[in-house]
Ligand binder design. Structure first.
Ligand code: G3I
Length: 380
């Protein structure tokens, strides 16, 4: 007898090593990070990002790579607003918007149009209109032309943006004043529905967690429904902070809007980590904040976030997404207002020249602790 292992034994050992390796791979996959936001939440809601002109023009390759990996919906941060797309009565500027829609189609994304009627970033010639007939025909021409051009290609329209005051009363915008009431909202939704019957139509606004403002939204939704005018969703912009709003207020709004028969989207999510000038003694809302520019107290993380602040942001995002998942049946889309921290409008508002860190990716496109805390929710 020799001590050499038989061929059969060698085969069995090799097979068992193979099986072992296979099990390890399976186990490792189970604990390795999930692949992306859009994959992780694909059965829950869409994950979007607002994109700027450089991303639309694809001049920032890292940014576009991250966009394609992580997000399945896009919103144009500025390039479809009235002053951009319809700067003069008889002149439309579709160059960037066309590229925007093509980018979304190339990547199979849910494409949002932002926004048809908004008092801000409105072309000056519209602000000068003074009679209701001219305003009505202007709104009609604007919506027909733009919604018609992208018929079947833009999936969701923010039809009317920010038409309410904080107490839920109608904002006295130029549309409201010249048209003599909220009938311009009815017109806008009716026209958009006619121009593209398949597009989803949304009313979009900030601070929609506020109980008073919630009543205003419900009034608008009910009025449209009573008149048989299509409205599909409410967009809660979600420019939030580490401290507020409370989850309870957000939840009450999600439930109220859903009970009114429309879907909810979080359309402009970001969480500021910087001190708020409104909380400072003597700082009135109407005050100019130029006095705080270059004040180090107002810009505590000029280079990077401290670990403690990273953790605070991660906890806030975790709580927010836990709530979103609880109500995923009512929520259609969660869109971040920017791809990475460097892109955020919050670096310039309400105080110019600060360094904010409100999103899930830092300025080097690296995922932050907040990103992991959001993805971890899908591993539990
Ligand atoms: O296009 C001009 C450029 O020609 C000029 O050189 C430059 C100098 O300041 O300004 C450029 O315009 C800026 C524009 O963004 C495009 O970058 C405006 O000054 C600036 O005010 C404008 O800010 C945008 C803001 O809306 C205007 O209200 C932000 O980027 C955009 O993030 C923000 O988005 C809004 C949503 O549409 C609606 N909800 C609130 C949200 C945050 O304010």
């Amino acid at each position: 007898m020799t001590n050499k292992p038989s061929t059969l034994l060698l085969i069995m050992i090799a097979f068992s090593i193979f099986l072992n390796c296979k099990n390890t791979t399976v186990k490792e996959n189970a604990i390795s990070p999930l692949p992306s936001l859009k994959e992780s939440f694909k059965n829950d809601f869409l994950i979007g990002a607002a994109i700027s002109r450089s991303q639309i023009n694809q001049t920032d390759s890292l940014s576009n790579a991250l966009l394609e990996k992580e997000f399945n919906s896009i919103t144009p941060e500025n390039d479809m607003k009235w002053e951009q797309i319809h700067p003069k009565e008889d002149s439309f500027n579709f160059e960037t918007a066309d590229k925007y829609v093509a980018l979304g189609e190339k990547n199979n994304m849910h494409i949002v149009g932002h926004t048809l009627l908004w008092h801000s970033q409105l072309a000056p010639w519209v602000q000068n209109i003074q009679d209701s007939a001219t305003m009505a025909s202007t709104i009609k021409a604007h919506i027909n032309k733009i919604v018609g051009r992208y018929k079947g290609r833009i999936n969701t329209w923010d039809v009317v943006n920010e038409a309410l005051n904080e107490d839920g009363s109608p904002r006295e915008s130029v549309f409201y004043k010249v048209m003599g009431g909220e009938n311009y909202i009815e017109q806008a939704f009716m026209l958009a529905a006619k121009a593209d019957p398949d597009a989803k139509l949304v009313y979009n606004d900030y601070n929609l967690w506020k109980p008073e403002k919630r009543k205003g939204v419900l009034r608008i939704v009910k009025n449209l429904q009573d008149k048989g005018i299509k409205i599909d969703g409410v967009g809660m912009q979600a420019h939030w902070s580490l401290e507020g709003p409370t989850l309870e207020d957000i939840e009450n709004s999600i439930i109220a809007y859903s009970n009114a028969g429309v879907k909810v989207s979080f359309t402009e999510l970001d969480v500021t980590v910087l001190p708020n000038p409104w909380d400072l003694d003597g700082a009135a809302v109407e005050q100019s904040y130029a006095q705080f520019e270059n004040d180090p107290k107002m810009n505590p993380y000029p280079v990077k976030l401290t670990d403690a602040a990273q953790i605070q942001l991660a906890k806030r995002y975790e709580a927010i997404f836990k709530l979103f998942l609880k109500h995923k049946d009512k929520i259609e889309r969660v869109t971040f207002w920017g791809v990475n921290d460097g892109h955020s409008w919050l670096n310039g508002w309400p105080i110019n020249g600060r360094t904010n860190h409100p999103l899930l990716f830092d300025r080097n496109f690296e995922p932050k602790k907040a990103y992991n805390s959001v993805l971890d929710l899908k591993k539990q």
